[in-house]
Write a protein that binds this ligand. Sequence first.
Ligand SMILES: *Cc1c(COP(=O)(O)O)cnc(C)c1O
Length: 395
Amino acid sequence: MKPETLAIASSKNYKKNQGTVNTPIHKTSTVLFQSWQEYMEADHGGDVYNSGNGQIADFSYGTGGTPTRFDLQKTLAEMEGAEYALVTPSGLCAITTVLLSLVGSGDNILMVDSVYGPTRRFCNKELKRLGVTTTYYDPSIGSGISELIQDNTKLVFTESPGSLTFEIQDIPAISKVCNAKDVPVIIDNSWGTSLYFKPFEHGVDISIQAGTKYIGGHSDIILGTITTNKKYIKKIFNTYKNLGVSVAPEDCYMALRGIRTMPTRIKAHEKSALNIAKWLEKHDKVKSVLHPALSSFSGHKLWKRDFGGSTGLFTIVLDKKYSYDSICDMINGMKYFGIGASWGGYESLIIHFDPSTIRTAKKWDIKETCIRLYIGLEAESDLKEDILEGLKRLD
Ligand SMILES: *Cc1c(COP(=O)(O)O)cnc(C)c1O
């Protein structure tokens, strides 16, 4: 089945759902049973969806989830090619739950230097407080990761591409080293999504997505996903349960509704974003464009080898000579690009950032001004016109 079909056919069961096309929003705290024995049987501590035998092991209390969440988890697992899926109240919560499940006092983790900012903050504040050290590594490290793995290194965290600067990591090379040393590899797969990067085919053990982005697709929910195989699911699920992580059925409903159209939406984002990126490369005020699908981009070869496509988010690099005021003028005057965090919704977005203040493992050597664009589903020609007018405001 192709992803477009799977996204629509997965966890569809109109008979179970009394004829409704979508799985209803099942709301409950208590789950009722016919007998005490039946209750005891249901409550064996795992609601993890296993796409292997289709069993939902735990529907005994609301925090374990309801059928709305189980259907979402089933579809997520199938889409990404994993055995198990869990959802969390945010993408960041998916990351922190997985990290907490694998480390303890005295341990070390390896974290990519281009990682999403709040992940970095969690390591530097919370993990540090718990006695876990974080070593940041150069995103281009590849099999060189081997030299950083110490006896107490409990995991390698990757994010490819990074969501501001778009470095593509050599995930197969990292996985090869880590698989041999039995160190789990985690990926933040929010940019590529299950559509364009298949983590488990590249040796990754645990994948995380900000469901807030392309899965939700309409800037109206916050949700995270964790997908994994047999080896790590018990550890992750125990921490998940012990932390009391739970997601409201309304959000699960919205995410499942979003997934149905995700492949089609992503292809539209991909097409406009790539066209606009290529067009911007030729503009005389643009020094370079950081977009993995451009042949001029440093990570292009790796991207081409490992990814099935590109999505809607990329960065343009402008000459340092433009004043901060004129950059603000450019951003503030945009007609269709909203000023704000996040991406993956239908609407275009713009932000300005400076990676040189963030990195610690490898100095970011681009001294120019970086502007990140998220290309929404508006007409490409309108967006181009908006950007063209915006670039005119730079001086
Ligand atoms: C947005 C984002 C997250 C976090 O998702 P939230 O749902 O906003 O917590 C994690 N990783 C990446 C790369 C993101 O862009």
